[in-house]
Design a protein around this ligand. Structure first.
Ligand SMILES: [Zn+2]
Ligand SMILES: [Zn+2]
Length: 411
């Protein structure tokens, strides 16, 4: 979103869309030729909020505002995005340029861009994630980014914002779904692990590098599982970056111990499957990363030696992604190595489960957040059914809308 106020144009997040065909150039926002962007506030590091930032820097030499962990994690994720999709319009020099043009700011400290004042509050979503509280032209705008109200193993959750808010821009990811109680989900995951290990199998967790890898490592550490836990892929570096900013974590010592509890896989991937084990590997939606090669290895082990392994997703997979295909069609999609090659679908004969350790507010968290804040107007964004959410809020007496892409709203 571009906020225009007091003669400034400020981007609230600058993401790219992760699509079924990796991140294509079509996954980029389309801005009119005449656009300029004077500054950008990035709520958190996930690519759907940050992946367009180097392009803003390339086009407009935009300065950025974000927390310190977000800066570290954005740098990791955008470099990886460029590796996965070389067609992205920006290059290494734009990523470095963005890094240099970033002002890092802590939570709860007011800053200004021209006459627009803003502060960041802990969003409880991933390390460094922020909700953006803006005061401009005598109005107060509150943008949630992605947020989680309740605490998790990794983060403390949010502090409910106080005072009158004119416009709330809220994410709608789980507007229609309740989260099962976290402790029950954790118990089901641990039970599945124990069952699988007992029958001599391995448990593969295809996991997002940022946030979920750390959360899962902490859940596993708490339950003292009697089997080696391996970590492979970008989750390692993401955890190291996260540990550099202990102030942004609920219990950094606990994360450090959980991370030390993990065995890092080097070049020899076979080391992870010598005995019944747990493997945490990127990517969370099976769109790349070592998780795919582990999935194929475990599938072969089942066919050749009847080793009965399991795959557990702890994060949501967008429709059409590799993770979605495995959960819904029981296949592993292999993309062609060369341009013009064929996509292969390999049938997978393994138990596949979805046990969400979600980092988003669930339906009841969203509604109680809104009721406590009681904003004058609500703008619903970032969900599968923003319109349905806005309609429901209207039925409950709120003024709510779900704008289309490209729509302008005057406040
Ligand atoms: Zn996010
Ligand atoms: Zn998001």
């Amino acid at each position: 979103m571009l906020l225009e106020s007091e003669g400034k144009k400020i981007a609230l997040d600058a993401g790219i869309k992760v699509k079924d065909q990796d991140m294509e150039v079509t996954g980029l926002p389309k801005l009119p030729e005449s656009t300029r962007v004077d500054a950008a506030i990035i709520s958190h590091a996930h690519l759907d909020h940050s992946g367009f930032s180097p392009e803003l820097n390339r086009r407009y030499n935009t300065p950025f505002f974000m927390t310190m962990p977000t800066q570290g994690l954005v740098d990791l994720l955008v470099k990886d995005a460029k590796k996965i999709d070389p067609d992205l319009p920006y290059g290494r020099e734009d990523i470095d340029g963005m890094f240099r043009k970033t002002v890092t700011i802590p939570y709860e400290m007011e800053h200004s861009i021209g006459n627009v004042k803003f502060s960041l509050h802990d969003a409880g979503h991933i390390p460094g994630s922020a909700m953006v509280d803006i005061k401009a032209n005598k109005k107060r705008l509150f943008y949630t980014g992605d947020f989680k109200v309740n605490e998790t193993q990794l983060l403390s959750g949010i502090k409910q914002p106080e005072g009158h808010v004119d416009v709330l821009i809220i994410e709608s990811t789980y507007a229609k779904r309740y989260h099962p109680p976290r402790k029950e989900t954790e118990k089901r995951i641990i039970d599945s692990i124990k069952k699988t290990l007992k029958r001599g199998g391995h448990v593969l967790f295809p996991t997002f590098a940022v946030g979920r890898t750390q959360e899962l490592a902490m859940v596993l550490a708490e339950h003292h599982i009697n089997a080696p836990i391996f970590i492979d892929g970008m989750g390692k570096t993401a955890t190291e970056i996260t540990l550099n900013y202990p102030r942004y974590l609920k219990n950094p010592g606990k994360l450090k111990n959980a991370f030390e509890n993990l065995k890092q896989v080097g070049k020899d991937k076979k080391a992870a499957i010598k005995e019944p084990s747990i493997i945490i590997a990127t990517s969370g939606m099976l769109e790349g990363g070592p998780a795919i090669s582990y999935l194929l290895t475990l599938n072969d082990l089942k066919r050749q030696e009847d080793v009965d392994s399991a795959v557990i997703f702890t994060g949501y997979c967008v429709e059409g992604t590799g993770g979605w295909l495995l959960q819904n069609k029981q296949v592993c999609r292999l993309k062609p190595r060369k341009e013009g090659g064929k996509v292969k679908m390999i049938p997978i004969n393994l138990e596949v489960k979805y046990e969400p350790l979600s980092a988003h507010a669930g339906r009841s968290e969203l509604f109680s957040f809104i009721e406590k804040m009681n904003p004058a107007k609500i703008i619903c964004v970032h969900g599968d059914d923003c319109e349905g959410f806005a309609n429901e809020l209207q039925e409950n007496g709120f003024k709510a809308i779900a704008p289309q892409i490209g729509e302008s709203i005057t406040i």
